[in-house]
Design a protein around this ligand. Sequence first.
Ligand code: HEM
Length: 308
Amino acid sequence: MIERIADELLSVAQTRIDTMGGCDLFTSFAQALPCRVLMELLGIRHVDAATLMRWSDASLELFWGRPTPQRQLELAERVGEFHQWLTEAVRGDTAPPGSFIASLTRHRLPDGKPLDVQTAVGACFFVLIAGQSTTGQLISTVLHRALAEPGLWPRVAREAGVAEAWVEEVLRREPPVTTWRRVTARPAEVSGVQLPAGAQLLLMLMGSGSDPEVFAHPERMCPRRPNIRHHLAFGTGRHRCPGASLARTEAAVALRAAARSLPGVRLTAGAEEPPMLGLLSFRAPLQVAVESPGDAPIPTASVGSRNT
Ligand code: HEM
């Protein structure tokens, strides 16, 4: 299913490259793929992917950004629309059998009672945001870094396992979820620092992948590292990301499909330093501008307002 959607999106991107000389693989592909995949998995109908992406991005900026009071009102309106729409989707009981929404509405608690609507909506709300924007951000970094690495693009298309290993190195070195919050349940000591119960922590997940005591030459992208998965890009413990396998699969499929479908593309001149999403916990290129050699460069403006 992921391959089918990837091929569909890439054939539109190819047409755009043929007719306009280039395209932005972030908006046309990286961002759109996880949204389309989740729509199928969750059984979401009667709303278009662009609306879902707008709702999800608004939620991210509202909860993890630093919006001005006026911007908070705009974002809250979109997030409210999203929540209301999900409530109707859960209440309406129209999701296809076997989908996430249908399973939640049919789920019975140990006492035999159904899950209340608020809880089911909360689960869908969080899974849609957690599974969509983060994976789009990972794919964006994966594509951008792969296109900037000399000789890698043709190898990804040809050699088995290269895409998976590249995705893992990007997760280690430049994960989309850079920090995560925790509250200490009881007094604890971390690296000699005493923490009382109830302390609010911001864990620097991204730094863990560049720890020289764990990874030799952490600054180098080495897809053959023996301990390639010893990073904290998906957190750890009982709240570790349940979508890790899905995200890894989507990113590897996306990279391989792009390298095979668009073998001749390269980053547009000037696209090596793209505008970045820079929220408290999320970081990724907001643009992956590509062109085919010989084509005119595409303009690099027209990106969202959250760049840093
Ligand atoms: C590259 C993509 C992704 C990254 C980097 C990522 C990262 C994370 C991180 C760091 C956490 C917090 C873990 C912790 O507290 O220890 C988390 C939690 C979570 N993620 Fe992901 N995630 C990704 C994709 C997904 C996908 C595809 C889904 C579902 C379809 C998903 C669903 C969730 C959920 C439901 C939680 C909350 C788990 C809990 O609190 O028990 N994530 N993710």
